[in-house]
Every structure is written in structure tokens, then in C-alpha cells.
Design a protein around this ligand. Structure first.
Ligand code: SF4
Length: 359
């Protein structure tokens, strides 16, 4: 790390003040920034924003607040309802942790989030980032909040050559130099907004950057080289077959086991997701029916990419009722209800490649 800013605390103070002035005029008007800084709202937004863009998370945030305006409301909600309302937001373990955390705070903290970063870190679903973000934004504590956007700014400002993620300790050290009690809650938000609007991954707009004077990468003309990343190994591929079994306007779904991928969510029945493609004779649908193969689609999870073939059948009311009597983890769901995770919603959207081909 160059250390140029370490030596000049007055420059840090002046650039920091300049960025906060920029934020007052150009900061994004996001739904979770309206009104009082309520720890419940700050926490809810931070959980939803993990691995998710602002435009995607915002409608979910507003919907959750309409359905469960307070932490106590959320803690009292029925698990299946919360999972269903989360559908489409992805990374479903977050929804389970959200509920677990709400109930822990109600039971163990009288329904009030602790203000201390170390105490926050003990709550379900809280890692170093969320603890620091809630401590800073909701409680105004001088916490060192470092997300991917702030990493980008810091690696450029200091021209950190160590590849990510090994550079994380250096990045934290760099970011800590800018943290103090003055507008401690606004600071990380100002930095994130600057990172999103100005210090963009591609084509940063350095001419409008309040921190440009101190930026080593800019001085060298190699902003986009930072953060340095190691080449990523391709994700392993898995294969599966999903069954779209319709009875009139309803589709057969099952409640997935609580543990594991998409745990607790509703999903379409499918084969195991394995590393080898399936041969037709290996596939056993959950119930016997005249299936047609209508195509396949791709879905990318965090740890693997999935190629999924879609088998579809229309079955009679009698056969589906008989099946439901014998299999109580299954139920019928109106096709129009948008409560399935994206990996299954994609199967419902598929049309036959050539209608009538499999009739
Ligand atoms: S000068 Fe450019 S590269 Fe450096 S922090 Fe500002 S926007 Fe990012």
C-alpha cells in the first residue's frame, strides 16, 4: 500500500468533508433512507441488498414493510408466508436467517436491536459487514463498513496490488482511516453512492470524484486495473430434470426440506442435480403421466451452474388428488402465483419449442 494518505491526516479530513458535501446533493434517494433511521428498516434493507441490486431489492423492501411494518410483526409471521414473499429475491438462506434474527431480537433483546457492533455480530445472519452497517447507519457509530463497492474505491485510492480476496485486511485498514464520529452513519452511504455513481467498475468518472486528489490509481491512469482479481475457475456444471405437472390452472409443487439449497421454499419436483446429464431411461417422474419434453434452460447458483430439462404433463384431477393423498409434502399452486424461486419460475415460463411436437 502506498501510504500517502496515512501521512496526511489533514488531506483525509478535507476530502472526507468534500465527499459528504457531494452526498448531500447527489446521494441516492433510496426507500430505506426516507424518514427516521429505524434499525429494523436499516437491517431489512441491508439483508435484502446482500448479493442483490438496488432496483431488484427495493420493491421487496417496500412489500415487506407493508406486510410486516415492525420487527415484532415479522417475528410473528408464518415461515411459509415469509419464504413465499421472498421468492425471486434469491439466496434464500437470507430469508430463514431474517426470521431467526427477528425472533432472537424479540425473545432475547425485548424487540430492540442492540446498538453495539460486537453484540450485533452475535445475531443470526449478521456478519462483519451487516454489523458495521447497522451500527453506523442505524445508530451513528463510527464503524468500519466495507462492502464490494468500498473495496473498489479503496483499492483504487491506494493502488492495492494484492489480489482480492487476500487484500481484504489491507482494504479494511485503508477504509478505517476515513472513519470517525462526524456523520458516522452518512459516511459509508456517501462512499457507496460515490462508488456506484462515480467510481464505477468500468469507466469511472474521475473528473467528478471528490477523492480524486488522493487517488493513486488515477494518478497512474490505471483505475480499471483495481481491484486486482485472480482469474476465476469456471463454475462446475450440474444437470437435472424438472417436472411441470399441471392440473387445470394449477401446478404440483412441494415444500422443500428446511435444510439445504432453497430450504423451506416451495419448488417444482425435480431429479437430483448431478454432474452427469441424464439419459431418458434414468428419469422417474413423481407420478405417471404422458410427459412431453419442452426444452431446457440454464440457471446459475453461487456454487454451480445448472442445465435443467423441462418435462411437462397435464394430469386429471383424480390422479393428482390420489397423488396428494399419498404425498403430504406436495400441494397444488395456481400457475399465476409468483411464489416460486427463479430456478423453478423459469420452467413455468417455458413454451414448447414446437407446439404440438410431443402431442
Ligand atoms: S479518482 Fe477515479 S478511480 Fe480514484 S476513487 Fe475517484 S472515481 Fe475512483
Amino acid at each position: 500500500m502506498s501510504g500517502i494518505i496515512l501521512k496526511d491526516k489533514a488531506l483525509v479530513a478535507s476530502l472526507r468533508a468534500g465527499l459528504l458535501v457531494w452526498y448531500d446533493t447527489h446521494g441516492r434517494k433510496l426507500p430505506w433512507r426516507q424518514g427516521e433511521r429505524d434499525p429494523y428498516r436499516v437491517w431489512l434493507s441491508e439483508v435484502m441488498l446482500q448479493q442483490t441490486t438496488v432496483p431488484h431489492a427495493a420493491p421487496y423492501y417496500e412489500k415487506f414493510l407493508r406486510l410486516w411494518p415492525t420487527l415484532r410483526d415479522l417475528a410473528a409471521a408464518e415461515d411459509g408466508r415469509v419464504m413465499a414473499e421472498w421468492a425471486g429475491l434469491g439466496y434464500y438462506a437470507r430469508a430463514r436467517k431474517l426470521l431467526e434474527c427477528a425472533r432472537t431480537v424479540v425473545r432475547g433483546h425485548g424487540g430492540v436491536f442492540p446498538a453495539d457492533e460486537t453484540e450485533l455480530l452475535k445475531l443470526p445472519g449478521f456478519g462483519p459487514y451487516t454489523s458495521a452497517a447497522v451500527a453506523a447507519i442505524a445508530f451513528g457509530h463510527a464503524a468500519n463498513v466495507v462492502d464490494g463497492n468500498i473495496e473498489r474505491v479503496m483499492t483504487r485510492l491506494y493502488a492495492i496490488e494484492t489480489p482480492m480476496p487476500a487484500a481484504k485486511p489491507q482494504v479494511r485498514e485503508a477504509a478505517a482511516q476515513w472513519v470517525n464520529d462526524d456523520r458516522a452513519g452518512d459516511w459509508p452511504q456517501a462512499l457507496m453512492d460515490m462508488a456506484t455513481l462515480i467510481c464505477r467498475p468500468k469507466s469511472p468518472v474521475c473528473g467528478g470524484c471528490p477523492l480524486a486528489e488522493a487517488c493513486v490509481a488515477r494518478a497512474r491512469g490505471e483505475q480499471e486495473r483495481f481491484p486486482v482479481k485472480l482469474a476465476k475457475a469456471p463454475k462446475p456444471r450440474r444437470y437435472g430434470v424438472v417436472f411441470v405437472i399441471q392440473s387445470g390452472d394449477d401446478v404440483l409443487v412441494e415444500r422443500r426440506a428446511d435444510k439445504g439449497l432453497l430450504g423451506g421454499m416451495l419448488g417444482l419436483p425435480h431429479t437430483e442435480w448431478r454432474s452427469e446429464p441424464y439419459r431418458t431411461e434414468e428419469i422417474t417422474p413423481p407420478l405417471s403421466a404422458p410427459f412431453e419434453v419442452i426444452g431446457s434452460y440454464e440457471h446459475v447458483f453461487t456454487h454451480f451452474a445448472l442445465t435443467q430439462e423441462v418435462w411437462r404433463a397435464q394430469v386429471s384431477d383424480e390422479s393428482v388428488c390420489d397423488f396428494l393423498r399419498r404425498n403430504n409434502s406436495f400441494q397444488l399452486l395456481p400457475v399465476s402465483e409468483k411464489v416460486l424461486p427463479t430456478v423453478f419460475a423459469k420452467a413455468l415460463k417455458m413454451k414448447p419449442v414446437a407446439p404440438g411436437l410431443f402431442d
